[in-house]
Design a protein around this ligand. Structure first.
Ligand SMILES: [Zn+2]
Length: 340
């Protein structure tokens, strides 16, 4: 992946290109932005720009030299990614100690070393302290690229030692084109998906991989059913759907549920439009006629539930137990699903 094939992130790409051209690349970056927005992709593209054997500083990588091919095949000896605990989805102190040793080894290809450290907003205090040692005294030629979904959750001690680079949502037009051309979706599906996923290409891909497009009726029953006087499905049913559709690791299940909650927010957005009498042409999933039978809830209740779902997304990101999070949400749905 090269800077010119990454959709969106124009400012970040320009900033990093200038730094490379002027040979003022920082020893540590902190890429922060929503899940799936492209932090890892941009990190690898930056590494490819730095390692490419044929480009000049500030130029895009060529994509066909040995170094570029090794980056693309996740096989470059000078890119290290500390492994997270597969159960908890966080880095432990042993992984950071390995990084500390690795950072002082000589580059294999002679073009420096790049370390990609993910989810730094989730690091525990002892792991943060171990990482700080490397951030304080990086050997020349080593670049650390840290990533986080939420800058405010990253410890100040880390933030102050890195050059922060914000990655905002990808413009919807660009995302629609990507979905139509690269994922071969129809115009209607691309429009729906780009809006549900809030400008995040990774979330769109997770959505497709997780089989959500074929399950929209199930999710509609979970989020709208209880509020529209229909036979709803309990929120905890998401755990059963996750077992069928997500991968086998707890981390994959958490990712799937995270995507399911974002889809839930999209349905609740429709419910808010209906409850508040906003222009029905803004509805994404349902028509106002289809929902005219039941007594709508108060808009304030829908807003409360939207806040609860956003809170649940944050808790999932902090690695709390998905079953507990969904059980709490279910209680809130029951208490809020009353006609106005
Ligand atoms: Zn190259």
């Amino acid at each position: 992946m090269s800077f010119d094939t990454i959709i969106g992130h124009t400012r970040a790409k320009k900033f990093l290109t200038e730094a490379t051209r002027n040979q003022r690349v920082s020893h540590a970056y902190l890429f922060h932005g929503p899940m799936g927005v492209g932090k890892r992709t941009l990190s690898r593209a930056l590494a490819r720009n730095l390692f490419c054997s044929t480009n000049q500083p500030g130029e895009n990588s060529c994509g066909h030299c040995a170094n570029c091919l090794k980056v693309d095949s996740h096989n470059h000896p000078d890119i290290s990614i500390p492994k997270e605990d597969p159960e908890k989805g966080i880095l432990n102190i042993a992984a950071i100690r390995e990084l500390q040793e690795e950072v002082h080894k000589t580059s294999v290809e002679g073009r420096g070393k790049v370390f990609l450290v993910r989810h730094v907003h989730r690091l525990r205090e002892d792991t943060v302290n171990a990482l700080l040692k490397t951030l304080e005294e990086p050997p020349p030629g080593s670049i650390l690229i840290l990533t986080a979904t939420d800058l405010l959750m990253v410890k100040d001690t880390i933030r102050s030692r890195c050059q922060a680079v914000k990655l905002g949502p990808v413009p919807l037009n660009d995302l629609r084109t990507f979905l139509e051309q690269d994922q071969e979706l129809s115009a209607h599906q691309s429009e729906l998906l780009s809006r549900i996923c809030g400008g995040s290409p990774g979330a769109c891909v997770a959505f497709l991989k997780g089989g959500f497009l074929n399950q929209l009726t199930d999710h509609e029953a979970i989020w709208l059913g209880p509020f529209l006087g229909q036979k709803g499905t309990a929120v905890s049913h998401l755990l059963n759907l996750a077992k069928e559709a997500a991968g086998s690791t707890p981390s994959e299940t958490r990712m799937w549920i995270q995507t399911a909650l974002h889809l839930g927010l999209s349905f609740l957005r429709d419910l808010l439009i209906l409850s508040d009498g906003i222009d029905p042409s803004q509805l994404r999933h349902v028509t106002s006629e289809a929902c005219s039978g039941g007594g709508l809830p108060a808009a304030a209740n829908v807003i409360d539930l939207i806040e609860e779902v956003l809170f649940a997304c944050g808790e999932l990101d902090r690695n709390l137990n998905p079953a507990v999070i969904l059980a709490d949400l279910e209680v809130r749905v029951r208490s809020l699903a009353v006609p106005a």
